[in-house]
Design a protein around this ligand. Sequence first.
Ligand code: NAP
Ligand code: MG
Length: 429
Amino acid sequence: MWFVRCVKQSELRTINMEKRKEEKAVEKIKMTTPLVEMDGDEMTRILWKMIKDELLLPYIDLKTEYYDLGLEYRNETNDQVTIDSAEATKKYGVAVKCATITPNAARMTEYNLKEMWKSPNGTIRAALDGTVFRAPILVKGIVPYVKNWTKPITIARHAYGDVYKNTEIKVPVAGKAELVFTAEDGTETRELIHNFKGSGILQGIHNTDESISSFARACFGYAIDTKQDLWFATKDTISKKYDHNFKDIFQEIYDAEYKDKFEELGIEYFYTLIDDAVARVIRSEGGFIWACKNYDGDVMSDMVATAYGDLSMMTSVLVSPSGVYEYEAAHGTVQRHYYKHLKGEETSTNSIATIFAWTGALRKRGELDGIDELVEFADKLEKACIKTVEDGKMTKSLSLISTCENPVILNSLEFIQAIRETLDTLLEK
Ligand code: NAP
Ligand code: MG
């Protein structure tokens, strides 16, 4: 193994030197509108630069409006940079984001922070009123635990309300619990919840028609965009007003705004009960979008991600109901690898999901601006990532779950360089 790897490294170096010489001669792909580029933290910030240097700048006349969302600069600008990056995303329509630290108590001291700044993803999601779609990247040799899942399942999670914005009471003694709504004009509506005979618990949850409608539009829009069926499920048989409201809003919006387009594309909107959906998802071959209420999405996204194999192979895109896109990897800043990197130790961090964030954004920019070469380049770069792994060259975490017999384990930079090698062969064709 060691011998194979040494040979590989020197080979890579020679090839890369050759490529650099040729670089000047290659005509780079031109862009017309900038991408909003949101840089981030720790190991993913290191990968970010490597990806740009090795896989993007040699091929594209990259146009970006750069925002540094690294924690130091967020702290320096009192988080204004995050807000500015979200506004720029609304203006240009497409962003690509590196993973960022969400501060906690430990980060307060580590970075000497003025405040425990909010999660940038939360801030951006709120500004764009967006829904997050997560999908696995499938490669041969990394087999999902559910054997019949041959296509990716994309999970869309409603990110507002329900149990995540609840009000709870621990009932200490016997008494009457009621649900009370007071309208602006003072009219009251009351419903008995329960006559407690002793101690117990109570929970109040809510959602808004506005948020549910935005979620529905983001889901229908993304289904059309990616030409996939959309599944949605709730427990409307039990929750006849609350969950039924979700079902009704989806159906009304579908009928009024999206039905014709779905039929034209030959895709389907399918509603069922959540327990039926779970059974069908397991039996399915994948290849659809599964829209989930907030709690279902929380639970099911972890189930689906784990079943497909690896967090470092999950992509994520935030889509607003008005059709604004922000692409990123689903994983975090890979802190443990970064600390190794700081100590001068070798890291083997998988950059594929971050590369796919770039390709997603470049493809979308290409589609919006009618630049076919950019779309084609994004397709080829994705193919290059998959082919490199399928050819047996991968990072350590992938080698642990791959069925490939003699994988060549590469470090973070070598892996990106191996992808570049594959990309060059694909571009020559
Ligand atoms: P993480 O960065 O996702 O990493 C957790 C572990 O998963 C790593 O230690 C590593 O395992 C493995 N892993 C994740 N991505 C990998 C990759 N690309 N290649 C190889 N292994 C990978 O989660 P975390 O360590 O809990 O969080 C670190 C920071 O990220 C936190 O400050 C958190 O706030 C932030 N975060 C940001 C986002 C975002 O911006 N979207 C999302 C989640 C978390 P081994 O150590 O076993 O190799
Ligand atoms: Mg969760």
